[in-house]
Write a protein that binds this ligand. Structure first.
Ligand SMILES: [Fe+2]
Length: 51
């Protein structure tokens, strides 16, 4: 469940970063997207390890 929540955040930040004309803000949200990608993959790894 946590992986799904993080993946949805990742998706939203990706779409936000791609839709902005402001280069600074696009990069800002792109970094959030990268961070969320790390979170959801971590939760998947944890689930695979402990199930
Ligand atoms: Fe997160």
């Amino acid at each position: 469940m946590m992986a799904m929540i993080e993946a949805r955040s990742c998706e939203r930040f990706k779409r936000l970063s791609e839709g902005l004309n402001d280069a600074y803000l696009a990069k800002f949200y792109r970094r959030f997207m990268e961070s969320e990608a790390g979170h959801y993959t971590l939760f998947i790894e944890l689930a695979e390890t402990y199930t």
